[in-house]
Design a binder for this molecule. Structure first.
Ligand code: PMP
Length: 292
C-alpha cells in the first residue's frame, strides 16, 4: 500500500507523523471519508469542499489549494489500483509544543489513505438493523459544531460504545434539546405517510454528503423531503427508518430501543432509495444541480 503524505507517495510503513503533531495530541485536525466506485472517486468535489470548510472553521490553513487536494486523492487511488474502496483524507494541525497554542505549530500533515471498508455485515442491508438511542448527547453546536468533521470523534465514540455494549451496530444521538440529531457515523431519515423526514442541520448534525444525495434522489423520485425537528417518538412511530453515510451507504433500520419500526422489514421507500443510490454510484443516475 502506498500512502500519500505531504506530496509524496510512500510505503505504508514509512507513512508516519510526529508524536508532537496536534492531530495526535489534541485531535486537532480535519478529515473526510470518501468512496471509490468502479475506479471513480465518488462526489470528490463535495468532500474536498467540506474538508476546506471544516478547516476554515477550526482556523487550520491547508497548505495546498482544493484542486491539488482532489488530484492527490485521485493519484493515491490510482497508485493503489483501487476500483471499489474507501479513501481517508486528513489534515492535521502539524507539530507543536505541548500546549494548545496553534501559533506554535507548523507543517500541517496532509495524508491520503486508499483502502477498502465494510462497515456493517452485508445481511443487515437486506434485513435492516436494530439500534438504540445513546445517553451521550451530540456535541452542543455552540461548543464544537457537528458540521465540522474534525479528528476529535470522542463524542461519537462514547455513543458507539453504548451501542456496542447493548449489542447494537449503531446508536441514535439526541442533541442538547433532546431532539434527534444523527447516529454516531451516519445521518438519520424517517419515512412517514410517504414523506421523507430528516433533522435539519441546526439540529446539530454533520451535513452528510450521502444525506444530500439521498434528499435529491428522493425529490427525483417524487417523494416530498422535509427537514424537520424530530423526537424519539417520531422515530418510534415512523413507517420506515434508514441511515446514510459514505461508509454505510443507505442502510435500513427496523428496530429502535426495542420498538419495531413499521412492519419490522425494510420499507418500500427505503428500498427504492437504496436502489437509486446504487445506480448513482454506478453512474446510471445523476444528481440535479445542487440546490444549496
Ligand atoms: N454523521 C456523522 C457523525 C458522520 O461521521 C458521518 C460520516 N461518517 C455522517 C453523518 C455521514 O456523512 P457522509 O454522508 O458525508 O459520509
Amino acid at each position: 500500500m502506498q500512502v500519500y503524505v505531504n506530496g509524496a507517495l510512500v510505503p505504508k510503513e514509512q507513512a508516519v507523523v510526529s508524536v508532537f503533531d496536534h492531530g495526535l495530541l489534541y485531535g486537532d485536525g480535519v478529515f473526510e471519508g470518501i468512496r471509490v466506485y468502479g475506479g471513480k472517486v465518488f462526489l470528490l468535489d463535495e468532500h474536498v469542499e467540506r474538508l476546506y470548510e471544516s478547516a476554515l472553521a477550526i482556523r487550520l490553513v491547508i497548505p495546498m489549494p482544493p484542486a491539488e487536494m482532489a488530484a492527490a486523492v485521485e493519484k493515491t487511488v490510482a497508485a493503489n489500483g483501487i476500483r471499489d474502496g474507501y479513501v481517508r483524507l486528513l489534515v492535521t494541525r502539524g507539530s507543536g509544543s505541548l500546549g494548545l497554542d496553534i501559533r506554535k505549530t507548523s507543517d500541517p500533515q496532509v495524508i491520503v489513505i486508499a483502502d477498502t471498508i465494510s462497515l456493517y455485515p452485508a445481511e443487515l442491508y437486506e434485513k435492516g438493523m436494530e439500534i438504540i438511542t445513546a445517553s451521550t448527547i451530540r456535541n452542543h453546536p455552540a461548543a464544537l459544531s457537528p458540521r465540522i468533521k474534525s479528528l476529535n470523534y470522542l463524542n461519537n465514540i462514547m455513543a458507539k460504545i453504548e451501542a456496542t455494549d447493548a449489542g447494537a451496530p449503531e446508536a441514535i444521538m439526541l442533541n442538547h434539546k433532546g431532539d434527534v440529531a444523527e447516529c454516531t457515523g451516519d445521518n438519520l431519515f424517517l419515512v412517514k405517510k410517504g414523506e421523507l423526514l430528516t433533522p435539519p442541520l441546526d439540529a446539530g448534525v454533520l451535513d452528510g454528503i450521502t444525506r444530500r444525495a439521498v434528499m435529491q434522489l428522493a425529490e427525483q423520485a417524487g417523494v416530498r423531503v422535509r427537514e424537520i425537528t424530530l423526537q424519539r417518538h417520531d422515530v418510534y412511530v415512523a413507517d420506515e427508518c434508514f441511515l446514510t453515510g459514505t461508509a454505510a451507504e443507505v442502510i435500513p433500520v427496523v428496530g429502535v430501543d426495542g420498538r419495531r419500526i413499521g412492519d419490522g422489514k425494510p420499507g418500500p421507500v427505503t428500498q427504492d432509495l437504496r436502489q437509486r443510490f446504487q445506480k448513482l454510484t454506478r453512474g446510471e443516475l445523476s444528481l440535479k444541480a445542487a440546490s444549496r
